[in-house]
Design a protein. Structure first.
Length: 286
């Protein structure tokens, strides 16, 4: 803006110095001044917008990368349009515990079968892994280039940044089995009250959609660290995801949802269903 002020001052002085040269010269200078101001404003605006992108629009801006990066907003837009196939370059075990919803696992062991499963070399592919400093997204994307795939991008920020920016993850059946054994995990039953009272996963707390803020004020969430692992299950994926989204909006950045149903969890037989304690039920009626 200082440069703009100087430019206007210079043009104004030039206009005054040629005041007696005739109206035609003054008119031309005035037109030049307006054009210069418009151009300067346009450049200033463009520079400002590029200089300070939001955190959702940023990438690592790696130099000499063989595949381009995507920002978080760009990835979300592609997923919403279902115009891209998203692959998780971590191990199957890591994928089962938590992955970006809609992604498919792609560890090194599966590369040999990749061309049979996905024969279209022109398909749009995005690869992510375990965060900015994890090489697996870059390595797997370069492997796919060597196999002849031509439209490959990376979400190099990875799952940790995805979650830190208020997005949730999905947990598979085997991952839920592992998480349920972890005493530091917080399990949420998002089914109806009567179903919860009849029996649930041991240690699970009942929290329905719209209740996260209330639960922070009673014993259910009052002492829960916001970095703790939270996993939500319900009678449907949509119900579980809605509650998980609410947790993420309330700054619980390590939240995921089980992509199946409670009936599927019971059929897996890795826990003994228990009725909640009287204290847990008492808080639900207050």
């Amino acid at each position: 803006m200082r440069a703009l002020a100087q430019l206007v001052t210079i043009i104004g002085m030039a206009t005054l110095s040629t005041k007696h040269a005739g109206d035609q010269v003054s008119s031309r200078l005035a037109a030049l001044a307006l054009a210069a101001i418009a151009a300067c404003l346009s450049c200033t605006s463009a520079f400002a917008s590029k200089a300070r992108p939001s955190v959702y629009e940023t990438t690592l801006e790696e130099q000499n990368a063989k595949t381009p990066e995507l920002a978080t907003d760009e990835l979300k837009a592609l997923l919403a349009k279902r115009s891209v196939t998203l692959f998780d370059a971590r191990t199957t075990e890591e994928y089962d515990v938590a992955h970006i919803p809609g992604s498919l696992v792609l560890d090194q062991k599966q590369l040999g079968r990749f061309t049979q499963s996905f024969p279209d070399r022109s398909m749009s592919i995005v690869v992510y892994s375990n965060g900015p400093f994890c090489d697996r997204a870059r390595l797997r994307s370069e492997d796919l280039l060597r196999l002849g795939y031509t439209r490959i991008s990376r979400y190099q920020l990875g799952l940790p940044v995805w979650r830190a920016l208020g997005n949730i993850a999905e947990t598979g059946l085997h991952g839920f089995r592992q998480v349920a054994r972890d005493s530091n995990s917080f399990i949420v039953d998002a089914r109806g009250r009567a179903e919860y009272a009849a029996g649930t996963v041991p240690g699970a707390q009942a929290i329905l959609a719209g209740e996260v803020s209330k639960a922070e004020k009673d014993r259910r969430l009052r002492y829960l660290d916001h970095s703790a692992r939270v996993i939500v299950f319900a009678n449907s994926e949509d119900e579980a995801r809605a509650v998980a989204d609410e947790f993420a909006r309330n700054a619980y950045s390590n939240t995921s949802y089980f992509g199946g149903t409670y009936a599927e969890l019971k059929r897996a037989k890795f826990f003994t269903e228990r009725k909640p304690s009287a204290a847990d039920l008492d808080y639900l009626t207050k």
